[in-house]
Design a protein around this ligand. Structure first.
Ligand code: HDE
Length: 483
């Protein structure tokens, strides 16, 4: 078998990859062994900063196929024309753990899809839950601090977790979801995905609607028990990565159906829930699921670092026909992701093969770290110009959207954090409720201050008196007397 010549990074043949150059057999190593220096120096630089959240994950390639034409609602080509196929890359992840942490911990799971559409990349960066803990981006760094390690002990800190949640009652719905059975998906293949936020779709006539995305697993939703999750976390911390990899290698391609909920623009002013509040869902009775298409994952990446670690998803990467809503979380995310990419991967992250659009990107951006393509060659590098440079597409402008108001720091005006959390509790079977309460009681036991526990119990009680009572009893604390 003929093998390739081993070379330095500058392509010259390597004479010896086992023995460094020394001054005699026992002499010190010579600085002139530049290959050794390069090898050690490159090794020191193998790590890039891990994602500050969603550090641990796995990815796969696949395609999306339209089964129901959406041109009535959006001009986005990816959702138009029955049978239309668009290649995609997906990354699943846990949120709070580090790169080497266990896959089966109780946590939301990231569900980030990059559609390589004919109009550029469209990233739908969602989770396996339709809601979130908070609803204003300004709270995110503080929230994540409580999910990560305590700066003094470098341990997870349940007191901080429940202190923050009990003082941020908008989290109650997502906390109930997370502490329930769906907080421990059996595998990534056995969970649903959600865009979570409300987005805007615009059709070719310029008519807009509000939209929410739901990916429903064709494998069926399957969860595991806390006991099994704990066992797997010890025995095989990479359980979910391995499961997805093996399923795809074995030709058992996982699939999801994509549905949307569509809300007419004007309903946003009168609907009983603020549709831009990501801690709330829209009732499926009010806005039924409409099928859009099917996502299939059929190819594993060739190289984890190149394709999964360096993948950069951003809710800001949209295509014509998809626009943001005024959701305050989404608005913050429009900045945060691309900023993370510039820091973590570099200003030219979109030139990397996994991130590069499948259509040619042509613009007046030039230079920057690791500009490894032709950098526009000798083409015109400013606009306006008289040299036939790339031109605008007026149809791709955002749709006009009237806004009014006074600039101020202002909260959402809907303060009912309890009805939907209570509805979720009441939807659960008796067994599920018992597991939910046990999980919460075990999670809250180590909280250092009784005041925090009581405050949180009062929230559970407001959602449903039985819910609050059972948690209080489990913790051996007083049951609140009134709502
Ligand atoms: Fe993220 N989030 N997030 N997030 N998020 C990141 O982006 C952030 C939020 C989600 O596989 C980071 O590239 C802010 C909601 C996924 O690469 C960072 C806010 C939802 C992934 C970031 C949120 C998500 C991330 C970390 C509040 C579900 C992994 C590094 C305004 C709808 C994507 C990076 C992947 C990753 C910020 C809230 C999902 C720091 C500021 C809500 C799936 O930019």
């Amino acid at each position: 078998m003929s093998s390739k010549k081993l070379t330095t990074s500058w392509g010259a043949p390597v004479g010896d990859n086992q023995n460094s150059i020394t001054a005699g057999q026992r002499g010190p190593t010579l600085i002139q062994d530049v290959y050794l220096l390069e090898k050690l120096a490159h090794f020191n630089r193998e790590r890039v900063p891990e994602r500050v959240v969603h550090a641990k994950g796995g990815g796969a390639y696949g395609y999306f196929e339209v089964t129901n034409d959406m041109s009535k609602y959006t001009k986005a080509q990816v959702f138009n024309g029955v049978g239309k196929r668009t290649p995609l890359f997906i990354r699943f992840s846990t949120v709070a753990g580090e790169l080497g942490s266990a896959d089966t911990v109780r946590d939301p799971r990231g569900f980030a899809v990059k559609f390589y559409t004919e109009e550029g990349n469209y990233d739908l960066v969602g989770n396996n839950t339709p809601i979130f803990f908070i609803r204003d981006a300004i709270k995110f760094p503080d929230f994540i601090h409580t999910q990560k390690r305590d700066p003094k002990t470098h341990l997870k800190n349940p007191t901080a977790v429940w202190d923050f949640w009990s003082l941020s009652p908008e989290s109650l719905h997502q906390v109930t979801y997370l502490m329930g059975d769906r907080g421990l998906p059996a595998t990534w293949r056995h969970m649903n995905g959600y865009g979570s936020h409300t987005f805007k779709w615009v059709n070719a006539e310029g008519e807009a609607v509000w939209v929410k995305y739901h990916f429903k697993t064709e494998q069926g939703v399957k969860n595991i028990t806390q006991e099994l999750a704990d066992k797997l976390a010890g025995e095989n911390p990479d359980y979910h990565i391995e499961d997805l990899y093996n399923a795809i290698e074995n030709g058992d391609f996982p699939a999801w159906k994509l549905y949307v909920q569509i809300m007419p623009l004007e309903d946003a002013n009168t609907y009983k829930w603020d549709p831009f509040d990501v801690t709330k869902v829209w009732s499926h009775k009010d806005y039924p699921l409409i099928e859009v298409g099917r996502m299939v994952l059929d190819r594993n990446p060739e190289n984890y670092f190149a394709e999964v670690e360096q993948a950069t998803f951003s809710p800001g990467q949209m295509v014509p026909g998809v626009e943001p809503s005024p959701d305050k979380m989404l608005q913050g995310r429009l900045f945060a992701y691309s900023d993370a990419h510039r820091y973590r991967v570099g200003a030219n992250h979109n030139l990397l093969p996994v991130n590069r659009p499948r259509v040619e990107a042509s613009n007046y951006f030039r230079d920057g770290n690791m500009r490894f393509d032709g950098n526009g060659g000798g083409s015109v590098y400013y606009e306006p110009n008289s040299f036939g440079g790339p031109t605008e597409t007026p149809e791709a402008k955002i749709t006009a959207y009237p806004v009014s108001g006074v600039a101020e720091s202002v909260a959402y005006d809907h303060d009912d954090h309890y009805t939907q959390a209570g509805d979720l509790y009441r939807l659960m079977s008796e067994d599920e409720r018992t597991r939910l309460v046990n999980t919460i009681v075990n999670a809250m036991k180590p909280v250092a201050k009784e005041e925090i526990k009581l405050r949180q119990i009062a929230h559970f009680y407001k959602a449903d008196p039985e819910y609050g009572t059972r948690v209080a009893e489990g913790l051996g604390l007083a049951v609140p007397q009134e709502v």
